[in-house]
Structures are given as C-alpha cells and as structure tokens.
Ligand binder design. Structure first.
Ligand SMILES: Nc1ncnc2c1ncn2[C@@H]1O[C@H](COP(=O)(O)OP(=O)(O)O)[C@@H](O)[C@H]1O
Ligand SMILES: [Mg+2]
Length: 300
C-alpha cells in the first residue's frame, strides 16, 4: 500500500497542523495554545511527562474531543468541525494508548473491519479490502498470526494489530500513542524499522512515545509538551538539551501513572549517531529564525 501522498505532497510538507489548540476539562487546561506540525515522509515525535496532554491532543486531532479554542488543519483544510469518521475518511488514523481491539476476533478480522469501513467510505478505490488486509498483514509481519484470536496475543503483538488496522484505512497522517509500550526490545527494533519504512513511503507520522531511544532514533523533529504547553519544538538533539526541557523532566509531577521520567540525555538516551540511526534533517524552524523554538518565544 502506498499512502495517499502524491506528487503534491512532498516529503517535509506539512500534512497536519495544530494551531493554537486549547482544551479545558472543567477548570483544567489539558492543552494550552498548542501549535504542532506533522510532515509527510517523516516521523515527528511528541514527548512529555504523564498528564502533559499528549493523548488529549490526539483526541482533538481525531475529533473525539472538541477543542475550546484553536483549529486542526489537514492538508490545508480546516477539519476542526469535522466528525471523527470524516477525518478518518480524509486520512487521519490513530492507535490508542490502551489497546482498542475486538478481542474475540482474529487478527485478520480486526484489520478487515477497518479496511471495509474505509472501503465503504470510498477510500480503497479499485483495491479490494482483502488485498488491503493482506498488505497490512505482510508489512507488519503478522501474516503467520492472521487467524489467531486477538485475545491470545501478547500486548506487543496487539499493538502491531492496531497499527495494521490503522494502516488499512490508507491514512496520510498516522498518530501513534505509545506504540512501543509493552513491546520487548526485539519487537521495539522491528517497530522502529517499520515506522521508518512507512515514513519513507510518504506517510506523515506523529509518534507519542515514552521510549526515548526509539524517539531519538526515528524522529525528524521533537516537540515537548508539559502541562498542556509546548515547551520546545525542533531538532531532537537540540530540544533534548534545552534547560527548560531538562527542568520539565526533573520537576515535581504528581500523576496517578507515576513520577516524571528520567532526565533526557542523562545516560538513558543513547546519541542517535552512535545508533547508526536514520539520518535527520537540519533543525526544523517553525518561526522566528534558525534556532530551536521555545515556549518563551511563543508566549512572551
Ligand atoms: N476525559 C477527561 N476528563 C477530565 N480530565 C481529563 C480527561 N482526559 C484527560 N484528562 C486530564 O488531562 C490531562 C492530560 O491528560 P492526557 O492527555 O491523558 O496526558 P498524557 O497522554 O500526556 O499522559 C491530565 O491532567 C488528565 O488527568
Ligand atoms: Mg497518554
């Protein structure tokens, strides 16, 4: 399958743009004036401590949650008022932090459901849903498990099924909410390779991930979210080194999910050049010159 990135959608072009998104849950600003761009042909990563608002941002982008302010642009079209199904039809697909699969169905059936839904929405074109499913089984390495019931699989394999299901809708933007959670190291490596291939194929990938090694090895840009605000965005290495990013990871965070994660760059994250990692472009400049943009520049 080739994502619908055509000649007009060149690598590095903006596929998805989140502009000034604010989201309140009661009195809590889960997202505060968030700007974020996701680009065709690359992986853009989003990290942040638990409760930072990462999943909430996915909910806003996919239409599950309506933002209090701001807008979501897909391929230049304002989709902020579109229903989730319409956004899926336009090419936004996601996986969930907590697996949302049909547990009593087989791997193939789970993917088939998505392929047929996409087809009934007129997305599969001349291609049959069956071929679409076979493609996803192959590319995610799930072919030998096609007839296994999902409730017999490991969490890691379940995550691959979710990914295959998202791909079966032939997205142009793929949102992944902690896809490596529950994966063992070899499954993680396979996931890195797969995500890199998908991006090389033109897909725009937004990766939310706790596995910072995976982020540093795959991402072209890194955005750090903290308490609903964008702290910094740009070249992953530079962003990782910013004092405000370091502080966000050191600061006191109360969360039901546990303490803030270890400080990035303090021995927990190998340098990507030492990893033989995917080559990355120069620092991405969103606004204001050849440097990494920080929140201090967005909101003086
Ligand atoms: N449905 C909801 N109702 C009320 N508060 C919510 C809801 N979903 C998330 N939150 C709150 O919004 C904040 C951001 O949560 P979330 O987006 O899940 O963060 P992350 O994915 O970065 O861990 C947290 O304080 C969380 O408790
Ligand atoms: Mg989350």
């Amino acid at each position: 399958m080739s994502p619908r990135a055509g000649a007009a959608e060149a690598r590095g072009d903006v596929a998805l743009q989140v502009e000034g998104v604010t989201l309140y849950y009661g009195g809590l600003a889960a997202l505060a004036n968030v700007d974020l761009a996701v680009h065709y042909g690359q992986i853009d990563a989003l990290i942040g401590p638990n409760g930072a608002g990462k999943t909430s941002l996915f909910d806003v982008v996919t239409g599950l949650t309506k933002p209090s302010r701001g807008r979501v642009m897909l391929a230049g079209e304002d989709v902020t008022r579109r229903h989730p199904a319409a956004r899926a039809r336009l090419g936004i697909a996601r996986t969930f932090q907590r697996l949302e699969l049909f547990s009593s169905l087989t791997v193939r059936e789970n993917i088939q459901v998505a392929a047929e839904a996409a087809r009934s929405l007129g997305k599969a074109g001349a291609r049959g849903a069956r071929a679409l499913v076979d493609d996803q089984l192959q590319r995610t390495g799930l072919a030998s498990l096609a007839d296994a019931r999902v409730d017999t699989l490991s969490t890691g394999t379940g995550r691959l099924v979710e990914l295959a299901r998202a791909l079966a809708t032939e997205p142009r933007v793929l949102l992944l909410d902690e896809p490596a959670s529950g994966l063992d190291p070899s499954e993680s490596s396979a996931l890195i390779a797969l995500l890199t291939l998908l991006a090389a194929d033109g897909l725009a990938v937004l990766l939310v991930e706790h596995d910072v090694e995976l982020v540093m090895a795959t991402a072209a840009t890194l955005t750090v979210l903290d308490r609903g605000r964008v702290l910094a965005t740009g070249d992953p290495e530079q962003v990782r080194g910013l004092p405000e990013v370091q502080a966000a990871y050191l600061g006191p965070h109360t969360s039901e999910e546990g303490p803030a994660r270890p400080l990035p760059g303090e021995g927990t994250m190998p340098r990507p050049e030492a990893e033989g990692a995917v080559p990355r472009p120069e620092t991405v400049v969103r606004r204001g010159g050849p440097h990494v943009e920080t929140q201090a520049e967005i909101v003086p």
